[in-house]
Design a protein around this ligand. Structure first.
Ligand code: FE2
Ligand code: FE2
Length: 396
């Protein structure tokens, strides 16, 4: 039997369908071009907000301590999410507490200020949340986990002014958007983990640590920004190149690795092969782009006396010229088996001295514009190690 007309059918519903349809197409296209995690999260927040005409949408992802933090927001009530952290742990309920449930169990949860408090929530907490919601002009929040193959990567929370169910077409569109975006994020995180696994494999071969690789990768990214690199993809590749610079050392024979003191000529010849070995190792990883050239060129010198190809000046890929500066910084400011670490000023002096011979003068000038505290902060971040977004350490 044919269905009769329902309220909501007709020209209004049709134009609403068109509006949502256009937003879906726009979001798909934006996601297809998104090249960084930040970009994906922003597209999700923006488009979900417009699809649902929400007061606020916020995308939350876990930090390394097991808190969900807002990474992208959209809408008039953005202030609500500022500075807010949600716990994903069972033993640390906070906020409405339901975010953790949605994240852990992968369930969509709707909270309505006009309904009853969710089971297990203290009445005072529920009242406090309702008051805050009223201040920011929303009557319900839809909590949508960003799930991929059984793993929650984050949450998309949609805060709506109305207390009724959202228009079905818009809600379906938001769910579809969440699925596509989550798949894209998963791919990005997986690539990141692949890089770290390679960097860690290399750590097993000699004393240079994964922490050194993490430090120079963060330093390189910062220096690239200072040099005016804005493209997130290029930044990422410079970071990966620095992270993997010595991956070719995996192939060094034990005799060479264990040789103490100055290398003899034969051993030195073998060591000089490691940039090429590294390049060969990662050559097929198309997504690494220029990072592969950074690995191959990380021992080139600006004056053309480096190896393996003796490239000179700007013939050396930018990422490798950047790497040379930050590797010098890290070498001098870290303990080595044969000498203790020196301070930043000593490193800065040495870097200045290397301008034009070993180092690119433009990269050195950019280095000097960055304050010491910034390097210290990045150093601290590297010490925290790698935090897997696919397996947040302390979230369970
Ligand atoms: Fe090297
Ligand atoms: Fe190194």
């Amino acid at each position: 039997m044919a269905k009769g007309p329902r309220p909501g059918d007709g020209p209004v519903a049709a134009s609403e369908g068109r509006r949502v349809g256009m937003l879906v197409a726009e979001a798909q296209e934006a996601l297809a071009h998104a090249r960084s995690e930040e970009a994906v999260l922003r597209i999700v927040a923006d488009h979900a907000c417009r699809m649902l005409q929400a007061r606020l949408t916020a995308v939350w992802t876990p930090d390394m301590y097991g808190w969900l933090v807002p990474r992208a927001t959209a809408g008039a009530a953005e202030e609500y999410a500022q500075g807010l952290k949600l716990s994903v742990r069972k033993d640390r309920p906070s906020g409405a507490g339901m975010a953790g449930v949605a994240f852990r169990e992968g369930r969509i949860i709707a909270l309505n200020t006009e309904g009853a408090p969710p089971p297990g929530m203290l009445p005072q907490r529920w009242e406090a949340w309702r008051r805050r919601a009223a201040v920011h002009g929303f009557r319900q929040v839809l909590i949508l986990p960003l799930r991929y193959r059984g793993t929650s990567l984050g949450l998309l929370n949609c805060y709506l002014a109305g207390s009724g169910p959202p228009p079905p077409a818009a809600w379906e569109a938001v769910r579809g958007l969440a699925i596509t975006a989550t798949a894209a994020l998963h791919g990005m995180y997986l690539r990141e983990e692949t890089m770290l696994t390679l960097a860690a494999a290399r750590e097993a071969r000699d004393a240079e640590t994964l922490e050194h690789a993490l430090r120079v990768s963060l330093y390189a990214e910062r220096l690239a920004e200072e040099l005016g690199v804005l493209d997130p993809e290029q930044l990422e590749r410079i970071r990966w190149g620095a992270l993997l610079h010595d991956v070719g050392k995996i192939g060094l024979p034990d005799e060479v690795l264990k040789q103490a003191g100055k290398l003899n000529a034969a051993a030195w010849r073998v060591v000089r092969r490691h940039p090429g070995t590294g390049y060969e190792l990662i050559r097929r990883l198309e997504f690494l782009g220029e990072a592969r050239q950074v690995v191959l060129a990380h021992h080139e010198r600006f004056d053309g006396t480096g190896y393996p190809r003796g490239l000179r000046g700007e013939a050396i890929p930018l990422g490798a010229r950047i790497f040379a500066v930050v590797d010098t910084l890290d070498a001098i400011t870290s303990d080595r088996p044969y000498r203790p670490a020196a301070d930043y000023l000593r490193a800065a002096a040495e870097i200045r001295q290397g301008a034009g011979t070993q180092l690119d003068p433009a990269a050195v000038a950019a280095f000097e514009r960055i304050r010491e505290e910034q390097w210290t902060r990045l150093r601290r971040r590297a010490r925290q190690g790698f935090f897997s977004r696919l397996r947040p350490r302390r979230c369970r």
